[in-house]
Write a protein that binds this ligand. Structure first.
Ligand SMILES: [Zn+2]
Ligand SMILES: [Zn+2]
Length: 516
């Protein structure tokens, strides 16, 4: 989410650092530290090599044919959303484009759900099994970029699809459509549901949709994310909580009668100092980052108001809770020390992704059955130009499939996502597909550039195909569905899901502009 961002973007170094720290002699868990996830050529655990390619059933062939038939429309949708480049909760045209297309293809579409005008569900079929697939479509502010291999804004200062969500929504809908057609033709039985999930980069629309119970009746849900690699994702994400910390003082002339004033900024400064001291005394998995949103206006007025926007993350929710419990008295204490009032508000957050290994194996077996992703020499050259411009190794685009480990990576890559919340309500299978050059910065112009041309489009269609094949298996193979559910039940035993959302409706639209 909010720059909570694509999991793992540009954070391999963090994961490597954590793996190194955790494997230091004497560190708890030193024995358990596994090879870093995603390393090509890393030694394969036995389980990975034993996953055979999934069989190519008639229903799968038909689903792939459907994606081929609708390819131009799926690409067109991704381009429309790329050009709209609407930020969180303002994805009006983007959501409408996807929802209208779904409706035109015969889905029952419900718009404006969970209190968000840009959230929708498109459903087809009836009864069990019920398989869901998620699609995002929000852009990021300020990173407008042409579909070119050098940095050049399409419209200076405007938003851009620096997380590839224009591809995300369109590919997921394309996969859902292929299943819809299979159900309509009587090849598959059950319900397919596409979730149009807004504001991933801000408030995390899925958290509000989960609060409404919209995922609860699914057997399994799928999602994917544009990436620099192809992978049945087995890495979790960071849990995080989004906080607002405010201080309220008393204004006075800063030179004439400062004794009459109490500075809200003093409270804020004491707080950030305390927080920064605490960094020494938290687990290495903890991340804390903030921006100062209000800190007075002129030096000769003692500031009445100061505000800070803070995110706390850890690899597990329990770790976030622990740090949050230490931050609460810190806020109060800072206010007391400065003689000002203080306030802490939870604005949002997300749970860490719960990895379902049986689901990942099923997806991986379908990645093995698919012809590999391929790029033309021109596309590889485009990617290498970007890599050269951004100062990373000119390795081009990845087409390989990352080997499947036999268990989730010990530590998540950096970043959080509202897919995490969904994964505690229903088992989630997650794919990454290469849509941008290896190593180039994420949430930045290279991703926008590739998302608006054939590189992103090829990765997107590859994702659509892999997701469609995996969904066919979920419909046709009750034993796999059951194994996925059993693993999920085991993992969530005793856990009552309650997302980090404030009471009341989602903040639409006033904070939308400020938050992404
Ligand atoms: Zn992102
Ligand atoms: Zn993203």
């Amino acid at each position: 989410m909010i720059g909570q961002g694509r999991r793992g973007r540009g954070t391999a170094a963090v994961a490597a650092f954590l793996a190194a720290v955790l494997s230091m002699p004497g560190m708890p868990g030193a024995q358990a530290a596994a090879p870093e996830k995603g390393q090509v050529g890393a030694k394969l655990p036995a389980a990975a090599s034993s996953v055979p390619a999934a069989p190519m059933t008639e229903a799968k062939k038909a689903a792939l044919a459907s994606i081929d038939r609708h390819r131009d429309e799926i690409v067109d949708l991704s381009l429309k959303v790329w050009r709209f480049a609407e930020t969180a909760l303002k994805e009006t045209k983007s959501a409408a484009a996807l929802a209208d297309y779904a409706e035109s293809q015969g889905f029952r579409v419900t718009r404006g759900i969970a209190g968000m005008p840009t959230a929708f569900v498109a459903e087809f079929g009836s009864g069990a099994p019920r398989i869901g697939i998620m699609g995002e479509y929000d852009a990021l502010p300020g990173i407008s970029q042409k579909a070119s291999s050098t940095k050049e804004a399409l419209e200076p200062g405007a938003p851009g699809h620096g997380c590839g969500h224009n591809l995300f929504g369109a590919a997921s809908l394309g996969a859902a459509l292929s299943i819809k057609e299979a159900i309509a033709a009587g090849r598959l039985k059950g319900t397919i549901r596409f979730y149009g999930t807004p504001a991933e980069e801000a408030i995390g629309g899925k958290v509000y949709m989960a609060r409404e119970g919209l995922f609860r009746d699914l057997d399994v849900a799928l999602a994917w994310h544009p990436s620099t690699k192809n992978e049945a994702d087995t890495s979790s994400s960071q849990a995080m909580v989004d906080l607002k910390v405010e201080f309220f003082g008393k204004a006075a002339h800063a030179a004439y009668d400062p004794w009459n004033g109490r500075s809200a900024v003093d409270g804020l400064e004491i707080f950030t100092h305390a927080l920064n001291m605490m960094r020494e005394h938290v687990k290495p998995t903890v991340r804390m980052h903030y921006v100062i949103q209000e800190g007075g206006q002129v030096p000769n007025v003692i500031p009445e108001k100061a505000a800070l926007w803070l995110w706390l993350r850890d690899s597990k929710r329990a770790g976030v809770e622990e740090v949050l419990a230490r931050v609460r008295p810190m806020v109060q204490g800072s206010g007391m020390a400065a003689g000002v009032e203080s306030k802490l508000t939870i604005q949002g957050g997300s749970w860490e992704v719960l990895v379902n290994m049986h689901g990942a194996r099923l997806l991986y077996s379908n990645l093995k059955a698919l012809p590999p992703l391929s790029f033309t020499p021109e596309e590889q050259e485009f990617a290498r130009t970007i890599q050269k411009t951004t100062g990373v190794e000119t390795k081009g685009l990845r087409t390989d499939v990352v080997p499947l480990p036999d268990k989730p990576a010990p530590q998540p890559e950096g970043g959080s996502t509202d897919v995490g919340d969904v994964s505690w309500v229903v088992p989630v299978i997650h794919l990454e597909a290469a849509t941008a050059p290896d190593g180039a910065p994420w949430h930045a112009w290279p991703v926008v550039a590739c998302g608006g041309m054939s590189i992103g489009q090829k990765g997107m269609i590859y994702a659509s195909r892999a997701l469609a094949m995996t969904m066919v298996d979920l419909f046709e193979r009750p034993a796999d569905r059951q194994a996925i559910r059993d693993e999920f039940q085991e993992q969530t035993k005793g856990v009552v899901y309650k997302g980090y959302v404030p009471d009341g409706p989602p903040p639409v639209p006033d904070t939308a502009g400020a938050k992404p």
